[in-house]
Every structure is written in structure tokens, then in C-alpha cells.
Write a protein that binds this ligand. Structure first.
Ligand code: 9D3
Length: 224
């Protein structure tokens, strides 16, 4: 997959994406990251990417022209995605859907916002990573790239197979323990030391369901 990113801060990439599973995916060529500086698509002397908002108000708004020009210069055929706090919430179902494309084009906003014509007439979709305010779309783009590229890197072991995951999506995980069996007075649940695999599987399933009920009841109402 080719992932292109349009940003005012190209130096932020690849950043954390160069480590771990995503780093291996990038190195192996399973994912190619192409980062474009929005300022390179301006033509005026001051390379101006933003302007004051029509109607007044605080802050600056990213101008449409450089963004439209950059996107129209792309070679890929995949979806153009605007990372935006107003977007559809990213979840694992959406990640799987995005992972099926040959290429993605990600637009990162900054400042107070992006001229609405980008969302309305250029982007195919608008995606948010959650209901909190960040300073720009770059970290959200990295989150999306991480989530998508780990599905493509083919390093998922038996315990984390896509099949297993599609089932596990609707539940939070069961608790994990490793040695020692007693740590600062806190014991590992006896069943995990028993060696009874069927009993362990039953216990884990029950734990996952109970934790989901308590911590993430929204997941039981099925978000896929
Ligand atoms: C200070 C301006 N904000 C009014 C409360 C609006 C605003 C504009 C731009 C808030 C955040 C941003 C920058 N954030 C993103 O571009 C962004 C984002 C986010 O902030 N949270 C979750 N997902 C995303 S995706 C892009």
C-alpha cells in the first residue's frame, strides 16, 4: 500500500512509525510512506497556506488552493481522507476497510480549521480518532497509518490472527499474567496455573465478557 500524507510538518514523519511492526512494514516495502509539504503547493512569495476566516473570529483557516492542487497532483486512485475533529470516529472496522485499498491520501489540518470546501468537494471522507482536541491531524494520521499497516505486515502470530481479532473486537481483553506466580503478595489466578486448557479458555472468555460489561458496555451494543 502507498500512503501519501499532506502536512505543514513533514519532519514529524515517519516519527514513531519507524519502530516496531509498522517500521518493519515500511522497511519491507509492504507500506510506502510519501510525505508532502503543503507549503510546496503554494505559488505566492510568502508561501501562504492560511488566511483569516470569513465572518471573523479567532485563528486562521487553511486555504483551499494548495490542498486542492496537492491532491490533484496525486497518482493514486484510493480515497482522499481529511483528518478532522468533525470526522467519523476511527474504529477497527473502518481500519479494516481502509486496509483493502491500494493507496490512501491523508490530509492533515492545523490552525483553527480547514476551508470547508476541502471536506465538501475534495475529500472522500473525514475521519477523527476521538473526542478530544489535538493541535493538528498529524498524530491522528500516524494513528491511522499504524492501525492500517499492522494489518498488512503479515507478522500477526497465531494469538493475534485476523480471525481471532474480528471476534475479539467486540470485547476488551481478558487479564494477562506472567511469572512470578506471587508478586508483592498478589497471586496469579489459580486456574491459569492449572494446565486445564478448556477451563482456562472458559475463564478468559468469562473475564472478557464481564470486563466489557463493566468498562465498555458500548462495545456490547455492536459497533460494526
Ligand atoms: C481551537 C480550535 N478548535 C475549536 C475547539 C477546533 C479545532 C481545530 C483543529 C480542534 C482541533 C484541531 C486540530 N485537530 C485535528 O486536526 C484532528 C483531530 C483532533 O483534534 N482530535 C481527534 N481527531 C482528530 S483528526 C484531526
Amino acid at each position: 500500500m502507498i500512503i501519501e500524507v499532506l502536512t505543514l510538518f513533514p519532519e514529524l514523519f515517519p516519527g514513531p512509525l519507524s519502530s516496531g511492526v509498522t517500521g518493519r512494514g515500511l522497511n519491507a516495502g509492504l507500506v510506502s510512506l510519501r510525505v508532502h509539504n503543503l507549503r510546496d503547493y503554494t505559488h505566492d512569495r510568502h508561501r501562504q497556506v492560511d488566511d483569516v476566516p470569513y465572518g471573523g473570529g479567532p485563528g486562521m483557516v487553511l486555504k483551499p488552493e494548495p490542498i486542492f492542487e496537492a491532491v490533484r497532483a496525486r497518482t493514486g486512485k484510493g480515497p482522499v481522507i481529511l483528518l478532522s475533529p468533525q470526522g467519523e470516529l476511527l474504529n477497527q472496522g473502518l481500519v479494516r476497510e481502509l486496509a483493502r485499498h491500494e493507496d490512501l491520501y491523508l490530509i492533515c489540518g492545523r490552525y483553527e480549521g480547514v476551508d470547508e470546501r476541502v471536506a465538501a468537494h475534495l475529500a472522500d471522507r473525514e475521519i477523527s480518532i476521538g473526542d478530544y482536541i489535538l493541535s493538528g491531524g498529524e498524530l491522528p494520521a500516524m494513528v491511522l497509518i499504524d492501525a492500517v499497516s499492522r494489518l498488512l505486515t503479515g507478522v500477526l502470530g497465531s494469538e493475534d490472527s485476523p480471525k481471532d481479532e474480528s471476534f475479539a473486537d467486540d470485547l476488551v481483553e481478558y487479564p494477562h499474567f506472567t511469572r512470578p506466580p506471587l508478586f508483592e503478595g498478589h497471586a496469579v489466578p489459580e486456574v491459569l496455573l492449572s494446565g486445564h486448557h478448556a477451563e482456562i479458555a472458559r475463564w478468559r472468555q468469562a473475564q472478557a465478557v464481564e470486563r466489557t460489561r463493566r468498562r465498555r458496555p458500548d462495545l456490547l451494543k455492536n459497533n460494526r
